[in-house]
Structure formats: C-alpha cells, structure tokens
Design a protein around this ligand. Sequence first.
Ligand code: NAP
Length: 459
Amino acid sequence: MDTPGTAANPLRVAVVGAGPSGFYAAEALLKSGQNVRVDMIERLPAPFGLVRYGVAPDHPKLKEAILVYSVIARLPHFDLLGNVTVGRDLKVDELRANYHGVIFACGAETDRHLGIPGEDLPGSHTATEFVAWYNGHPDYRERSFDLSAEVVVIVGQGNVAADVCRVLAKSVDELKTTDIAEHSLNALAASRVREIHVIGRRSAAQAKFTNKELKELGELPSCDAIVDPQDMQLNAESLAELEIKSNYVSAKNVEIFRSFAARGPTGKPRRIFFHFLESPVAIKGNARIEQLVLARNRLEGVPMQQVARESGETKLLRCALLFRSIGYSGVPIPGVPFDARRGVFPTQDGRIVEGGAVITGLYAAGWIKRGPTGIIGTNRADSIATVKSLLADLPHLAPEAKAGAEGLKPLLMARRVRAVSLDDWLKIDAAEVARGQPKGKPREKFTRVAEMLKCLDGS
Ligand code: NAP
C-alpha cells in the first residue's frame, strides 16, 4: 500500500476532543494538501470544549471562536463522533486499529489541589465546578453552591479567578441576556454575596491576570475593587521585574492595582478585596467551611523567579464559600502514558512518548500537551506544530488502508452508544438558539445529555 495521504490510501486521523486545539489540529490536517479524513471524537454531544463550557457567559466576543470552528467543521472530509468517551466507549487500541494517527486534544479537565486540611469540607469547591455549572456543563448540572454566604473567597489570581469573580459580582440584570445556564441564573438571583476576597500567594507584580480582565474588575457597575495601598509597596526584586520589557503585562497590572488602591471604596453594594502575599494553610469548620487560615508570605529569589515562603504569621478570614482557582490539570486515558506530576501526556514535538521512546501514531495538542497556559489562540500554533510532526511521520505510519469511523460504528452500536454526528449537533444547536430567543439570550443550552439526545431522537 502507498504511504497514507493519497487517493488510494487516505490518511485517517482521529482527533480526541472537540475544543480549540482539536479544531485547530483538524484545520491544519484538512488544509495540508494531503488526502485526509478527520473524525473528531468528543465525550459530550456538544462540541467546542472550553469555549462553550469554560469561557464566561459575559464574554461573548471570546465565544466567537465557535464561528471559526463551525467553518472548520464544514470542511470536506470532517465528521464528528460526539457522545463517545475514549477509554470507556472505545479503547485507544481500537482507535489505533482504525486510524493512521490519533491526536489527543482533550484539554485539562480537572483542577490542581491545594493539599491543605479542610480542602474537601462542604462549601469548598474548585473553580472548574462553578465555571462548568454556570456554563451548563452536563457533568455539573446537579451541583449547588451556597450563595446565601455573604463572604466568598477565591484562591488564585489568574483569569479563571477573574471570571468567577465577575459572575459573583454582577447583578442578574447584567447576566440575563448572556448564554448563562438558566438554573445558575435562578440561583444567582437569590445570591447574598457581598464580599469577594481574591487571594494571591505572591505580590501584585506576579498576579496572572491579563490587563483587560483585571481592568474590567474595577469597572463593574455594582461592585468596588479594593486594594490596600500598603500592598503596593513592592520589594526591590518585584520592581526590577516591572522594568523588564517582556514583562509588560505585569507592569500594566501593577498600574491598574495602583489605580484601585488610589480610588478606594465608592459605596457599591458588592466589593472585591485583593489580597497579596497570603497562602491558605487550612480551611476550618465543623459541618462545612467557616474560616480560612491564611499564612503571610515573603518573596524569595531573583527577579522573575521569586517564590512565596511562609513567614510564620497567620490570620483568619471568615467565609462560608470558597473556590480554588489555582490552575487546571489533565486527566489520564487508559492506554496513553501520563505524566501525573505535570498533568499532561508526555510528548516530544507533539509525539506521545513512553520512557523516552515515541509511540508511533499517537500525538497530543493543546493543554494536554503543554499544560494549562495561554489564551484560546495560543492553541492554534501548538496544534499546527503537532500536525507538522504527524505529516513528517507519514512514511513511518501504518501503510495499510484504515476504516476510520466506519470501523468504529459497529463497536459503538454493539455497546449501545448513540454517537452524535455533525448534522445531529446542528439540530441541537438550532434548538438551543430557538430556546434562547424569547428570553433575549443567544441560546438556552441543554444542560443534560438526555435532553440533547431527546432533541434528536424524541425519547
Ligand atoms: P493561571 O493563570 O495559571 O493562575 C493560577 C493562579 O493560581 C496564579 O495566581 C497562581 O499563583 C495561583 N496558584 C497556583 N498554585 C497555588 C497554590 N498552591 N496556592 C496558592 N495559589 C496558587 O490559571 P487559570 O486562572 O486557571 O487560567 C488558565 C489559563 O487560561 C491561563 O492561561 C489564562 O490566561 C487562561 N484563561 C484566559 C481567559 C481569558 O482570556 N479571558 C479566561 C480564563 C482563563 P503563582 O503565580 O504564584 O503560581
């Protein structure tokens, strides 16, 4: 047989995961000039991963990436196999038998842990849970959060913390015409949250917010952003960091924090308090969380490599609801090597490796390859690089013709898995948009898998 990629032997690739990196990988393959067929396998009936279930509902511009992915999905030789979980409904070996190459673009599905006592007390949640809940993710549909709490803590100072902060800080009127899930909007309508404390273990100069996201927290109509002016006295190493040209985002962040400190409270009903140089060391409570123990930190190390070290001083912060927003982590899939320390699939140039040796035909792209960093667009170059490796490997991939989705369908039927095709998804999509229209929302998402399948099969 010919090297895959010809009319006689089309290159068949399975892309696992229908988020940004999966779509960018599919696009790079379908526009490579090779004769390629791409099947995208996604565990939910709905595609678009974190753009649908992670991007905050009040940031509709970021969700416009979906328009780009919808164009990619309509390219010839692309298909979707939604509602199919690799590792459960299909084994990785079954994918390898039916495709020349498999690209894992399955993201980072879980959160990192703080590893402190009381972390699992009721009332202590991961940011992922809350984000997925307000975005209507079916896995989180039944979660509930005690929004009768007046004081909420968010641990971490990255953009996910900023998203959680805004959703808690905004009024229902500010959210009701977004695509926020109805059940969350109803719960937020009864929210009694007044104070949101956002905890950073390092100083204002090391906060991970991007400028736009931080600035927005100071411009909320019904919430003040509060910074203690004393916290703006930075150490010499942090001041040196701000002079580094490539560190311009942090320099601008410090400028924004200084403006919050100079303005002080203006009497709005809700308030965000930024804390710096503090680390949670324990969460206390009986039946549920009542207090957070915070250790005061100092910074050690040279500029750009400063780490937080506890100084021995602690303080208590009363709170009844807490979100840990300290970064995501990938989860393993049976049959694929996993680096548990970094929460990624180990790779070299996008090729999955085990014990330093490349596993022919297995690749990774996006967060499961490089870890949870960067904005949506960062994944494009990442996926293109992985596809470049795959295309360079063509002479070494299995030379025989592969069946692709046709080879998987009998397996899925025997296992009673209702795969959702691209046409099926378009029906679900249209139904969601129609449900949103009377409410002035871009869509009202189905928040249960059964509801999505009912929309297709009627039962
Ligand atoms: P992130 O940007 O990596 O921020 C994580 C935060 O948690 C940092 O402040 C980090 O502090 C802190 N942290 C980590 N371990 C900690 C510990 N043990 N104790 C206390 N604090 C700890 O992660 P993220 O917010 O989850 O965002 C992930 C990626 O998605 C980022 O690239 C982000 O920009 C992107 N994103 C973008 C948008 C947007 O564009 N609007 C929205 C959401 C997410 P240290 O710096 O000290 O480690």
